[in-house]
Design a protein around this ligand. Structure first.
Ligand code: NDP
Length: 383
C-alpha cells in the first residue's frame, strides 16, 4: 500500500537518510511536501526527483529562485514560515520532522494539530515546548514516534514491558569527538563537528561535542517516557553500538543494538508498527570486540547537569536553555566564541534573571525562545 510522507528539513542529514529509504522503496511512498531553509538547489532537485506536490523554502527571499528552479515541473513552489506550517498540515500518513532547532516548532505543532503521525527528529522543538507539545499531542490524537536513535531504542525496548514496571532508563552517549581532548579552549569548529561514529548536521555535531545533545535528549526522554527524571540515567559508551536501555522491576535490562546509521531508527519509524528492510550489514559483535562504558564527566562537560537542572526547574527553563545553546553554537561555528564558552553562556542566560513564567501556548513558547536569544546575544556582546 502506498503511503504519503512530508519531510520537513529534507535537505539536511536526517532528511537525506529518510529520502534514501524512500528512494529504495519507491512504490511504497508518495511524497507530499519537502522543505528547506535556504538550499534552493537541493530542494528543487529532490522535489523533482520524488515528484513532490509542493516544495517550501523557509527563506522568503528565495521564492523566485525556487520558482525558477521548479519551472516546467508539477511541483508547487512556496516560501516563508506560514507556508512551512501549511505544508506540515497537509494530510499525510507520516510527517518526518527534521528541521534543526526551535525553528521547527511551529511546523511540528501544525502537524500535531492534524492528529497525524510524526516521526520526530527535531528534539529542540520538544525540549522548548515540553508540556505544550505533549498536551497538543493528547488533545489532537497525534502520534509521536522518536527518531533520535536513543529514544527510538527506548521506544523499542518499551515493547517488552509496561511503563509502570520500568525501574530506570539509560541513555547512552558516545562522548563525542572531544572526550579525550585536554584543552577545550583550543577546539576548532572542524574538530568539534568531526564526530567519531555518526555523520550528522553541524549543530547536532557540536551538541554532541559539548554533551548538550545528551542534555537535550534527557529532557526529550523526560517528556516522551514519563518515568520520572531521577530514573533517567546517562552512560558514556564510545562505540555507539547500544543505543539505549530500559531496566524493568525484575532486574531485566533490555537494550537495542545496531549500526551508527540513522537509517535504522528512521526505518523503525517509517514502518512502525511493522519492520522494513534497510541496506545495513548484519551486526557483527565479534568484529566489534569490545563495548565499554564510563560515567559522564560533568566537570569538563557541564551540559548534562545544566539540562537536568532545567528539566527539574521545568516551566520556561528548558526553552531558555535550548535557545541560549542555539545562539552559542551558531556563534562558535561562526568563530565568534571559544568552544568552552558555549556551556558558560547557557549557564549565564539561565541564571541571569528570574525565569519567565511557564509558557502555556505555542506563542508563549516562541516568546520565551526569542527573549532568551536576545539575552544570549547581549551576554555575548558584553563579554
Ligand atoms: P541539518 O543541519 O543537516 O539539516 C537541517 C534541515 O533543516 C535542513 O533541511 C535545513 O535547510 C533545515 N533548516 C535549518 N534551519 C531552518 C529554519 N530556520 N527554518 C526551516 N528549515 C530550516 O540537521 P540534521 O539533519 O543533522 O538534524 C535535524 C534534526 O534532527 C535536529 O533537531 C537534530 O538534533 C536531530 N537529529 C539529527 C540526527 C542526525 O544524525 N543528523 C540524529 C538525531 C537527531 P537548509 O539545508 O536549506 O539549511
Amino acid at each position: 500500500m502506498t503511503r504519503s510522507i512530508t519531510i520537513l528539513g529534507a535537505t539536511g542529514s536526517v532528511g537525506a537518510s529518510t529520502l534514501d529509504l524512500v528512494r529504495r522503496n519507491p512504490s511504497d511512498w508518495r511524497v507530499t511536501a519537502l522543505t528547506a531553509h535556504s538550499n534552493v538547489e537541493e530542494l528543487a532537485k529532490l522535489a523533482r526527483e520524488f515528484g513532490a506536490e509542493t516544495a517550501v523554502i523557509a527563506d522568503e527571499a528565495r521564492y523566485e529562485e525556487l520558482k525558477q528552479a521548479l519551472a516546467g515541473s508539477d511541483v508547487e513552489p512556496a516560501a516563508g514560515r506560514a507556508a512551512l506550517c501549511e505544508a506540515a498540515a497537509r494530510p499525510v500518513d507520516i510527517v518526518m520532522a527534521a528541521i534543526v532547532g526551535c525553528a521547527g516548532l511551529g511546523p511540528v505543532m501544525a502537524a500535531i494539530e492534524q492528529g497525524t503521525t510524526i516521526a520526530l527528529a527535531n528534539k529542540e522543538a520538544l525540549v522548548s515546548a515540553g508540556e505544550v507539545m505533549t498536551a497538543a499531542v493528547a488533545k489532537h490524537g497525534a502520534t509521536l514516534l522518536p527518531v533520535d536513535s536513543e529514544h527510538n531504542a527506548i521506544f523499542q525496548c518499551l515493547q517488552g514491558g509496561r511503563m509502570e514496571e520500568v525501574r530506570t532508563i539509560t541513555l547512552t552517549a558516545s562522548g563525542g569527538p572531544l572526550r579525550l581532548v585536554e584543552d577545550l579552549n583550543a577546539v576548532t569548529p572542524e574538530q568539534a563537528i568531526a564526530h567519531p561514529n555518526w555523520d550528522m548536521g553541524a549543530k547536532i555535531s557540536v551538541d554532541s561535542a559539548t554533551m548538550f545533545n545528551k542534555g537535550l535528549e534527557l529532557i526529550e526522554a523526560h517528556h516522551l517516557f514519563p518515568v520520572g527524571l531521577d530514573r533517567i540515567r546517562i552512560v558514556v559508551h564510545p562505540q555507539s553500538v547500544i543505543h539505549s536501555m530500559v531496566e524493568y522491576r525484575d532486574g531485566s535490562t533490555l537494550a537495542q543494538l545496531g549500526p551508527s546509521d540513522m537509517r535504522v531508527p528512521i526505518a523503525s519509524c517509517l514502518a512502525w508498527p511493522a519492520r522494513m528492510d534497510t541496506p545495513m550489514a548484519p551486526l557483527d559483535l565479534a568484529e566489534i570486540g569490545e563495548l565499554t562504558f564510563f560515567k559522564p564527566d560533568e566537570a569538563r562537560f557541564p551540559a548534562t547537569r545544566l539540562a537536568r537542572e532545567a528539566a527539574e526547574a521545568g516551566g520556561a527553563a528548558p526553552a531558555v536553555l535550548n535557545a541560549a545553546n542555539e545562539v552559542a553554537v551558531a556563534a562558535f561555528l561562526a568563530g565568534k566564541i571559544k568552544f568552552s564558552r558555549i556551556a558558560l553562556m547557557v549557564e549565564s542566560v539561565l541564571s541571569e534573571n528570574s525565569l519567565p513564567p511557564a509558557p502555556r501556548t505555542l506563542e508563549e513558547v516562541l516568546r520565551v525562545d526569542e527573549d532568551a536569544r536576545m539575552r544570549a546575544n547581549a551576554i555575548m556582546e558584553t563579554a
